[in-house]
Design a protein around this ligand. Structure first.
Ligand code: ATP
Length: 354
């Protein structure tokens, strides 16, 4: 096993800065998730670690070795792609055996290792099949087996679950985490744009946007202490409400005011223009008018089974809040954010004010 260190890594493709001055350390045995929207540079980062792309600037270390100029096959990393990239004409056995052949491992040992890893992943009864005779979940396991059979020091996965249907995805999420973190304890870097995957699997998450690292932290830190509005709105579903307004003092108390309502805020909140944030779940609601509650008209309802979310309209903006059952469109709702669960952001830099 090994730690992975990226130091001031930049990758430029023509005019596109795919990765911008990224510094990130993945500890030995850690499960690090690179999370961000499409095009934020996650895959490019992973491909640079694998050696499939060369950094334009910066250093990549695996263990104590600077690997910038080391061939991908000599880095002792294994990568699993979204498409699995299994060889269609080979059996499952042949697919898993292939990397060992490349490493010139003797035949009897190859067989032993293939059977061992196949048993470990519960695919030993599929060894004679071809990839097209497998389900998505089984193909995914074969791809994992093929990558793991080499006993790499670092395991790289690029959206490995995105081709699976929702039910199998949830199950594989759990299995993968158990296998990689709890059973093998292998250093893993996992790319996804799915925040639920990131939150449930990661030891730490690195959130990226437009090639830049936004924040690195445990799932709890990312969720409860987002460093900026990007992280705050990217993680959590439905996304955090962010409203622009002004903090003023009135009768020795501080209020956040917009043209539609005002909300009392803590005394240490700085006066002037500000962004406040609160999650849809962190709101107290009432279907009847109550003192200190803000009135709003419901313009949309999202029913997610156990939970209902309503969109409340204020002309210039709308907010989303978790609402009681049996609420109807066009009805009035009364709400206020839970005071200790509000976030404040600088309107210019969009960074958190704590
Ligand atoms: P996705 O989730 O869609 O795969 P990503 O976060 O993995 O996105 P990258 O694939 O790393 O993003 O791409 C980052 C940026 O670099 C994008 O703007 C992309 O178009 C650009 N890019 C990536 N590879 C190349 C390439 N080989 N040539 C030119 N531009 C590229």
């Amino acid at each position: 096993m090994a730690r992975v260190l990226l130091r001031n890594v930049t990758k430029v493709f023509g005019k596109v800065v795919a990765v911008d001055n990224l510094t990130l350390e993945v500890k030995d045995g850690e499960f690090m998730v690179l999370l961000g929207p499409s095009g934020c540079g996650k895959s490019t980062t992973l491909r640079m670690i694998a050696g499939l792309e060369t950094p334009s600037k910066g250093e990549i270390w695996i263990g104590d070795t600077l690997v910038n100029d080391i061939d991908p096959t000599k880095r002792n990393v294994a990568m699993v792609f979204q498409s699995y990239a299994l060889y269609p004409h080979m059996t499952v056995f042949g697919n898993i055996e292939f990397p060992l052949k490349m490493m010139r491992v003797p035949k009897s040992e190859r067989k032993r290792k293939v059977i061992e890893i196949a048993k470990f992943l519960g695919i030993d009864d599929l060894l004679n099949r071809k990839p097209h005779q497998l389900s998505g979940g089984q193909q995914q396991r074969v791809a994992l087996a093929r990558a793991l059979v080499r006993e790499p020091e670092v395991f790289l996965l690029d959206e490995p679950l995105s081709n699976l249907d929702a039910k199998i995805r949830t199950q594989m999420r759990f299995e993968l985490k158990k296998l990689l973190s709890h059973e093998l304890g292998i250093t893993t870097i996992y790319v996804t744009h799915d925040q639920v995957e990131a939150m449930t699997m990661a030891d730490r998450i690195a959130v990226m946007n437009k090639g830049r690292l936004q924040q690195v932290g445990t799932p709890e830190e990312i969720f409860y202490k987002p460093k900026n509005t990007f992280v705050a709105t990217f993680v959590g579903s439905p996304q955090m409400n962010i409203i622009k307004g002004e903090v003023i003092s009135k009768n020795n108390r501080k209020f956040f005011v917009t043209s539609f309502f005002e909300i009392p805020v803590p005394e240490d909140t700085p006066e002037g223009e500000i962004l406040i944030g609160f999650r849809p779940q962190h709101v107290i609601v009432s279907t009847a008018p109550m003192k200190g509650f803000i009135e709003g008209k419901i313009i949309g309802i999202e029913k997610l089974g156990v939970e209902n979310y309503v969109h409340v309209d204020y002309g210039e903006f709308e907010i989303i809040i978790k609402a009681p059952e049996n609420i109807a469109i066009k009805e009035r709702i009364y709400w206020k954010p839970e005071s200790e669960k509000m976030y404040f952001f600088n309107p210019k830099t969009k960074t958190a004010i704590y």
